[in-house]
Write a protein that binds this ligand. Structure first.
Ligand code: ZN
Length: 174
């Protein structure tokens, strides 16, 4: 069965066409419009001096590629809560979100549309890194010598972080 082929309200076949100004799945029988939304994702920059933490992905997509830690926000969870949970699951580290860097949208992935929010996390104790969950490795890399990252949006969030660091140090010198 194709995605949204049938109406979840009445079970009849949906149409995909313009409704309220945008192409959307909707049911010609009961009139329900099936709105769809991107998945918000906490994407983490965990700095340690001039290095940042990367995790090696254990599963597809982009299996064996290095990526920023993070993952989908779940129900009844704030983005900060998701950041802490994902960091813990992937590395066993505890961290606190200190800044929001910005966002990047990735359309039509295997997970659908994804809205990545870049967050800076402060980690006080790095001594107990244990890769887990969907990470097969976790290591620090120098910002100027990062490997190719798993996703375009992760590269974009690293760029936002570099800009943020520059702005911050410019302010510090004025
Ligand atoms: Zn219906």
């Amino acid at each position: 069965m194709a995605h949204l082929e049938f109406c979840s309200n009445c079970g009849k076949k949906n149409l995909f066409s313009n409704r309220d100004g945008r192409d959307r799945y909707h049911c010609p029988d009961c009139g329900t419009i099936h709105y769809e939304n991107p998945k918000p994702t906490a994407t983490l920059i965990c700095p340690k001096g001039d290095d940042i933490l990367l995790v090696k992905r254990a599963f597809e997509p982009a299996k064996r590629y290095w990526s920023l830690p993070g993952g989908f926000v779940e129900l009844n969870e704030t983005i900060e809560g998701a950041a802490q949970r994902e960091l813990k699951e992937e590395t066993m580290l505890d961290g606190t979100v200190t800044d929001i860097l910005g966002h990047c949208s990735h359309f039509n992935t295997v997970f659908g549309d994804v809205l990545l929010v870049g967050l800076v996390m402060e980690i006080k104790d790095y001594s107990q890194i244990i890769p887990g969950d969907d990470a097969m490795d976790a290591q620090f890399f120098p910002l100027k010598g990062l490997p190719q990252l798993a996703f375009y949006c992760h590269e974009e969030i690293v760029r936002k972080y570099l800009e943020w660091v520059q702005k911050k140090s410019a302010k510090g010198h004025s």
